[in-house]
Design a protein around this ligand. Structure first.
Ligand code: G
Ligand code: G
Ligand code: MN
Ligand code: NA
Length: 253
């Protein structure tokens, strides 16, 4: 598909940008970091969201280049903040191919060293389905990343065939409650029960719990009451371009 061949060039010519969505600690709302979310401004088709091109890029070897690109942007950002006295983390989404790549941890170690970044400031988000696609290959990669001190988060938790027994065996540090449950929490007691159970489960396994899709004060207040650790969502901010993220940070402090 033509879009895929255009993508490599798009990364080289600045059409592909990383946007940042802030994550805040609960209850005090201190900014702890951001999730890196890729955007493509296509000369013909305009702004493309990841759902429109990441699956295509994932179907090819180009996803390695995408992950490297996003990680590189993230590490430059973290270094910039550190130099300015700010200690904030960035979360990068991994694709199933990264988890199947036995060289990926070396590549990450090299990049962290090159930018002189403490590994705990880099988070990788992975879905359970990306692990389950080929656990024999994914687990050694995850174990090495975890041993290096990089933070691992299970994204979209609660969807797919999440097995609680399985979560216990994954070398991860964090769960992100899927936004569908957080969005539904205000009107659906079932969703509220799911969110509450994930917070409890996460804490009983010693994991940090992040809620995504936090859109209003009511959701935030409920999450505080449940003891959720970190919130991400439109209530705090939409994903922002680098420039707008910096302006947003300035305006808060
Ligand atoms: O805002 P949003 O439309 O950005 O993101 C949609 C989906 O695209 C998210 O579920 C996210 O996991 C995925 N995504 C965003 N950025 C990246 C990226 O850099 N790499 C991968 N593999 N997926 C991404
Ligand atoms: O990687 P992941 O699936 O978690 O990507 C997060 C997705 O959720 C992105 O598409 C992002 O734009 C979107 N998102 C972030 N915050 C909110 C929110 O508060 N509400 C909704 N509906 N979507 C959100
Ligand atoms: Mn994510
Ligand atoms: Na998610």
């Amino acid at each position: 598909f033509q879009l895929v061949t255009q993508f490599r060039q798009a990364m080289d010519t600045g059409q592909v940008e990383v946007h940042y969505q802030p994550k805040v600690a609960l209850p005090e709302r201190r900014v702890v970091g951001a999730e890196a979310l890729v955007r493509w401004s296509h000369p013909e088709y305009g702004r493309l969201d990841p759902d429109e091109f990441v699956p295509l890029v994932e179907a090819t070897g180009l996803v390695d280049a995408l992950t490297s690109f996003v990680m590189e942007c993230a590490l430059i950002k973290i270094r910039e903040w550190l130099d300015g006295g700010l200690r904030m983390s960035v979360a990068v989404n991994l694709s199933v191919r990264n988890l199947a790549d036995e060289n990926f941890p070396d590549h990450v170690a090299e990049a962290l060293a090159r930018h002189d970044i403490p590994p705990e400031l880099l988070t990788f988000e992975l879905t359970e389905s990306s692990v389950m696609a080929d656990p024999e290959r994914a687990l050694p990669v995850l174990r090495r990343l975890h041993a290096m001190g990089v933070v691992l988060a299970v994204d979209d938790f609660g969807t797919g065939y999440s097995s609680l027994a399985y979560l216990r065996q994954l070398p991860v540090d964090e769960v992100k409650i899927d936004k569908s449950f957080v969005l539904g929490m205000g009107t659906d007691l079932g969703d509220m029960a799911v969110v509450r159970s994930i917070v409890e489960l996460g804490h009983s396994l010693d994991l940090a719990v992040v809620a995504e899709g936090v859109e209003d004060d009511a959701a935030r207040d409920l999450l505080v009451e449940m003891g959720c650790d970190v919130a991400q969502g439109y209530l705090i901010s939409r994903p922002l371009s680098e420039e707008r993220f910096e302006a947003w940070l300035q305006a808060r402090t």
